[in-house]
Design a protein around this ligand. Structure first.
Ligand SMILES: [Cu+2]
Length: 426
C-alpha cells in the first residue's frame, strides 16, 4: 500500500513539473521572448545554486565518512585484514582527492564562468600537455593500486605454513559443513563419485569405495535387481519405463566401472588421513584459535557459492569441481571484539555472498575465535574418539565406524521409492 502511494506521489510530481515547464514556455511566448534568451538574473541564480549544491554534496560525503567510516565494519580481526584495510584506505584517499578535485572544478567553473553580457567565451579546443597529464597520472596511480593489490592477494592465497591448521568448508544449498584435519593435520582425500547418504562429503577410503560399489550394485534399485527385472520375461513393463530403466542401468554400470578402477588404484595407507578428520554437523559453529594460521579449502556440491568472512576481510568463491583456498590468522577473540564493539551479542560470521538459490540468505555459519587455553580445551573435547564429544561433531571414523550395520533397504515396488510403508508391508 505504501509503495502504491509513493508511486502515485512520484507520478503526480512528474506531471506537475511538466505542467510548470509548459506554463513557463507559454509565459515566454506571451512576453515575446525567444527560448534561448535567458535573462542574466536567472543565469546568476543557477550559478549560485550549482555552488550551493557542491557544498551540500561535499558536506554529505564528509558526514557519511565520519559517521560510518571507510568500511562500516569495525576493526579487521585478522592479520592480513589490517593490510587489506590499509589498501582500502589508500584507495579511498585517492578516490576522495579525485572526487573533491573534479567536482570542485565542475561546479566552481560553472559558477565562475557564468555568462556575462558582452563577454565572449574563449575557444580552447585542445592541449597536448593536458592530454598527457590526464592519461599518464591515472595510469601510474592505477598501476600502483594494482601492484599493491596483487602482492597482497598472492600472500593471502599462497601456500600456508606447515603448522597452519587445515580446514575444509564444504558448501551446498544451503549450508556449510566444516571438516577439520585431525591429529595428522592433513585433510583426507575425496572423490565426488563416492557421494552417498553415509558419506555426504565423498571422502575417499577403502571402506567408502566398497560402500559406494555396494550401493550401486545391491538393493532394490541396484544394478543386480535392475538386470534381473529387465531379463524377467514374465514381468510386464511399459516400453517407456523399460527404456528409462535401460538408460539408468547404463549410467550405473559406467559409474561402477569407475569405482572398481578407483578401488584397484586405491592406496590403503591414505585411509588414516580421512579417518581422523573431524566433521561438524552442517550449520554448526566454526571454532578458531587466536593467533593460529588457518588454511581454508573450499568445495561446492551444487552451484557456485562464495565464502565471505566480513570481519576477517576474506572472501573466496566455492566452485563445483575444483578446490579453492586461502589462509588467514584470526587476531582478535570473539570476547575481545565484543568488548571493543561494546556489544556483548556480537559474533563473527561466515556467509554465502553469491545469490545461490531461494534460501541463499540462510546460508551462514557462526564463527567463534577462542584464546589458546579455551581453544585447547574445546579441541580436546572434539578431536578424539571421545564418547563425550558433542553431537555436533564427530571424527570421520566415528561417523563411518568400521563394521557399522548396513542400512536395510526394503524392496520397493516398481517405480516407487523404498519408504516406511514398504517396510511396514514387508
Ligand atoms: Cu550459497
Amino acid at each position: 500500500m505504501t509503495k502504491l502511494i509513493v508511486l502515485i506521489v512520484i507520478v503526480i510530481g512528474v506531471l506537475a513539473l511538466a505542467q510548470l515547464v509548459r506554463l513557463y514556455e507559454l509565459s515566454s511566448k506571451l512576453r515575446n521572448r525567444r527560448e534561448e534568451d535567458i535573462p542574466n538574473r536567472e543565469n546568476r541564480l543557477n550559478a549560485t545554486l550549482l555552488l550551493v549544491f557542491m557544498f551540500a554534496f561535499f558536506a554529505s560525503f564528509i558526514y557519511l565518512m565520519l559517521e560510518y567510516g571507510w568500511t562500516g565494519r569495525g576493526d579487521a580481526a585478522s592479520a592480513h585484514g589490517v593490510e587489506t584495510d590499509s589498501l582500502l584506505n589508500l584507495n579511498f584517499i585517492i578516490i576522495s582527492a579525485v572526487f573533491f578535485l573534479t567536482n570542485g572544478l565542475l561546479f566552481g567553473f560553472a559558477y565562475k564562468y557564468v555568462r556575462k553580457p558582452g563577454v565572449k567565451a574563449y575557444y580552447f579546443p585542445h592541449d597536448n600537455r593536458l592530454e598527457l597529464l590526464w592519461t599518464v597520472v591515472p595510469a601510474i596511480v592505477l598501476a600502483v593500486i594494482i601492484i599493491l593489490g596483487l602482492k597482497s592477494w598472492n600472500e593471502q592465497t599462497s601456500d600456508a605454513n606447515k603448522d597452519a591448521v587445515r580446514i575444509e568448508l564444504f558448501s551446498k544449498q544451503f549450508d556449510w559443513t566444516v571438516r577439520m584435519a585431525g591429529e595428522d593435520n592433513a585433510l583426507g582425500y575425496f572423490d565426488y563419485k563416492l557421494t552417498n547418504e553415509n558419506n555426504p562429503l565423498a571422502l575417499l577410503t577403502t571402506k567408502t569405495i566398497q560402500d559406494a560399489i555396494d550401493s550401486m550394485e545391491m538393493g532394490s534399485t541396484g544394478i543386480k535387481a535392475m538386470e534381473k527385472k529387465l531379463n524377467n520375461g514374465r514381468l510386464m513393463m511399459i516400453p517407456e519405463d523399460r527404456q528409462k530403466m535401460i538408460t539408468t542401468l547404463g549410467r550405473k554400470e559406467r559409474l561402477v566401472r569407475l569405482l572398481y578402477q578407483m578401488k584397484a588404484r586405491h592406496n590403503k595407507g591414505l585411509d588414516a588421513r580421512a579417518m581422523d578428520d573431524v566433521v561438524f554437523n552442517a550449520n554448526d559453529t566454526l571454532f578458531l584459535c587466536e593467533g593460529q594460521e588457518y588454511e581454508f579449502n573450499f568445495r561446492a556440491k551444487d552451484v557456485i557459492h562464495s565464502a565471505f568472512f566480513p570481519h576477517f576481510r576474506a572472501q573466496m568463491n566455492t566452485v563445483p569441481g575444483m578446490t579453492t583456498r586461502f589462509k588467514f590468522t584470526p587476531t582478535i577473540t570473539t570476547n575481545d571484539m565484543r568488548k571493543k564493539m561494546n556489544n556483548n551479542k556480537f559474533n563473527y560470521i561466515l556467509m554465502c555472498n553469491k545469490i545461490c538459490g531461494s534460501s541463499h540468505y540462510k546460508m551462514k555459519l557462526m564463527v567463534v575465535v577462542l584464546d589458546k587455553p579455551s581453544y585447547k580445551a574445546w579441541y580436546a573435547k572434539v578431536s578424539k574418539l571421545n564418547p563425550a564429544a558433542p553431537d555436533a561433531c564427530k571424527t570421520f571414523k566415528n561417523i563411518y565406524a568400521v563394521g557399522k550395520p548396513k542400512k536395510v533397504e526394503a524392496p520397493a515396488a516398481e517405480g516407487q521409492p523404498a519408504d516406511s510403508t514398504a517396510v511396514a508391508a514387508n
